[in-house]
Design a protein around this ligand. Structure first.
Ligand SMILES: NC(=O)c1ccc[n+]([C@@H]2O[C@H](COP(=O)([O-])OP(=O)(O)OC[C@H]3O[C@@H](n4cnc5c(N)ncnc54)[C@H](OP(=O)(O)O)[C@@H]3O)[C@@H](O)[C@H]2O)c1
Length: 321
């Protein structure tokens, strides 16, 4: 089959389309004919060897796909031809991908393969962050950093679907602000003045911050929290991993909460399916409708990765084999 490989740690431009042997599913795994694969920030980090999941070179990246089941273990409830999404972790940038059946997820008839490939990583992360780790209550206000990106647009929609009050987006440009509004945010503020603008729009502060950026925005994100507020640490697209002086947490009765979807699932094999079951009704009623950005073919994977690396991506970037 054809697949995109990371062969060196020289960045997005160094990925290669190659002919490789078809994956052989291990016990408990299904084989999927990939129709669309999601491209995300972690794959950009993997091209530089800077992500926590960094296999021996060469390897095929790709954490999520949508497609049709080719082969599945007996008794798994899956059959050839079933339309599915899958959280593959690796191997998705290919014509065929294998995944444990616990991470192969039924795709509703009305959901396209493009939408299906945009759901697993970002929407499960947003659900895990807001609902499980953040314990979001109905009516709580949410500030989303990197709000026009993949996780950001998902977090806006998950917050809405699960009963948030005001949802405020933080974006670097007005164009990205418009994307965040299209995803369902009530308003957006520009990154350069987000603390003052957030506190002006929402005096007293917000209940939750979904932080995909970290870096020098982190302390101002904490300053946006109200009493009992929670900052959800999701990612560090800004580059640096910030530190917190914990007296700030004590004095203001606020929390910083880690969110690591992949790590959480390692010892909880049913976690992904639990999240998917929670999301499905909102996928079916249209409340969760991924914002699809640019779509590329497998041989354009370098362009897809560069788009994210250059901060030009909005919504979900996809590859179609
Ligand atoms: N914890 C988990 O379980 C988990 C799961 C999935 C992803 N993640 C992480 O979540 C983060 C977001 O991933 P994503 O796929 O949503 O990325 P994305 O689509 O590229 O969006 C990231 C956003 O970050 C902002 N940003 C700020 N500084 C940036 C910079 N120097 N370079 C690039 N973007 C910058 C950009 O918004 P503006 O231009 O508007 O500022 C951009 O829209 C990543 O760090 C990823 O590793 C974590």
């Amino acid at each position: 089959m054809r697949a995109v490989q990371i062969t060196t740690h020289d960045g997005p431009g160094a990925v290669r389309l190659a002919d490789v042997p078809d994956p052989v599913p291990a016990a408990g795994e299904a084989l999927i004919a990939v129709r669309a694969a999601g491209v995300s920030f972690p794959e950009v980090l993997q091209t530089r060897g800077r992500y926590q999941l960094s296999p021996t070179l060469p390897f095929v990246p790709g954490s999520e796909v949508a497609g049709e089941v080719v082969m599945a273990p007996a008794g798994s409830g899956l059959a050839p031809g079933d339309r599915v999404a899958a959280f593959t972790m690796l191997g998705g940038f290919a014509e065929l991908a294998a995944a444990p059946v616990t991470r192969v997820l039924p795709l509703p008839d009305g959901t396209s393969f493009d939408q299906g490939a945009a759901l697993p990583l970002n929407y499960l992360t947003a659900w895990f962050a807001l609902v499980q780790r953040g314990r979001m209550r109905a009516g709580e206000s949410v500030l989303v950093q990197g709000a026009a990106g993949g996780v950001g647009t998902a977090a806006i929609q998950v917050a809405r679907a699960f009963g948030a009050g005001t949802v405020i987006a933080v974006t670097s440009t007005h164009e990205k602000g418009a994307v965040a509004l299209g995803a369902g945010a009530d308003t957006y503020v520009l990154a350069e003045s987000f603390k003052d603008d957030t506190l002006a729009a929402h005096p007293g502060g917000v209940d939750l911050v979904v932080d995909t950026v970290g870096d020098d925005r982190f302390t101002d994100s904490l300053r946006c929290l109200r009493d009992d507020g929670r900052l959800l640490v999701v990612g560090f697209t800004g580059g640096d991993i910030p530190s917190v002086k914990v007296n700030r947490l004590l004095l203001n009765n606020i929390s910083v909460v880690g969110v690591g979807l992949g790590a959480y699932g390692v010892t909880r094999p049913t976690h992904v399916r639990e999240g998917w079951n929670a999301l499905l009704p909102f996928v079916e009623n249209g409340a969760l409708a991924p914002v699809i950005g640019e779509v590329f073919t497998l041989d354009q994977a370098d362009q897809a990765l560069r788009l994210i690396d250059d901060r030009r991506a909005v919504g979900k970037v996809l590859l179609r084999p």
